[in-house]
Design a protein around this ligand. Structure first.
Ligand SMILES: [Zn+2]
Length: 257
């Protein structure tokens, strides 16, 4: 995430809408969380993850890059190592130890077949029933970062590719069998949410994960913790709880929840 602070709290999310949203489906056993950079999952996904791991749900992270281009004053070689370490610490704060870095080049992700391949590979490895990612969104009216938009453009296709034996055939040849079990993709923080999740008991752990990126936030001017807490409280008010996260679900199978 390149926006460390800002006035994006609730931008477009709550405008004129106050009805509570249905709760996120609870029958989740394995989750794959995908993000472009270290820290992206800490803008809302991590608190959801803490809730899942509390309940025994297995959660794995796929980071497309090491975020090596994210600190202007630090050489990418050093920044990548630093940020990878901070992301592993952040994951540990919410009970996640399976953190895979695809090590694609930070800043120049392309929404294409190669990115779909990376996502499909992770889905075949983890075999999740749910995939979550930070929604691509504008922050205070500022368009989203290129890598975030690239991920948003291909996430659905990459997940579907995982189930097709004849797409990315090298994966099958390498022993990764097709997997069609993903039921839905959750885009956390989307401007058009369909569901909400009560994170009142998990927000502090999510914020601890955010603070694990200490060196990064020191370099870019401070953490967005206050803004994220306000956004969670705003969503919570809509749901009648202290704190909530809003999620847009994209279903990959027809079902009733
Ligand atoms: Zn990012």
């Amino acid at each position: 995430m390149s926006v460390a602070t800002g006035d994006g709290a609730g931008s477009g999310i709550m405008a004129g809408v106050t009805d509570p949203l249905p709760a996120l489906p609870d029958d989740v056993t394995t989750v794959l969380a995908v993000a472009a950079h270290p820290d992206d999952l800490e803008y809302g996904v991590a608190s959801d993850v803490a809730r899942w791991t509390n309940r025994g749900t297995r959660v794995s992270y796929l980071l497309l890059t090491r975020g090596e281009a994210g600190i202007d004053t630090l050489d990418p070689e050093q920044a990548g190592t630093l940020r990878e370490g901070e992301q592993r610490d952040a994951a540990a704060q919410v009970g996640v130890s399976d953190v895979v870095f695809a090590c694609l080049p930070d800043g120049v992700l392309e929404a294409g077949v190669a990115l779909r391949h990376t996502i499909a590979r992770a889905v075949r490895q983890v075999r999740p029933d749910v995939v979550v990612a930070p929604a691509s969104q504008s922050w205070g009216g500022v368009p989203d970062q290129a890598d975030h938009r690239a991920l948003a453009a291909v996430l659905l296709d990459g997940v579907r590719d995982a189930g097709n034996r004849w797409v990315h055939r090298d994966l099958g040849n390498g022993g990764l069998e097709p997997f069609n079990g993903v039921r839905w993709i959750g885009l956390v923080g989307d401007a058009e949410p369909t569901h909400a999740v009560d994170i009142s008991d998990c927000l502090d752990r999510g914020m601890a994960a955010l603070r694990a990126h200490a060196a990064y936030f020191d370099a870019v001017g401070g953490t967005p913790e206050q803004m994220l807490r306000e956004r969670a409280a705003e969503a919570g008010a809509r749901q009648g709880v202290a704190s909530a996260a809003l999620v847009r679900i994209i279903r990959l199978r027809p079902e009733q929840d």
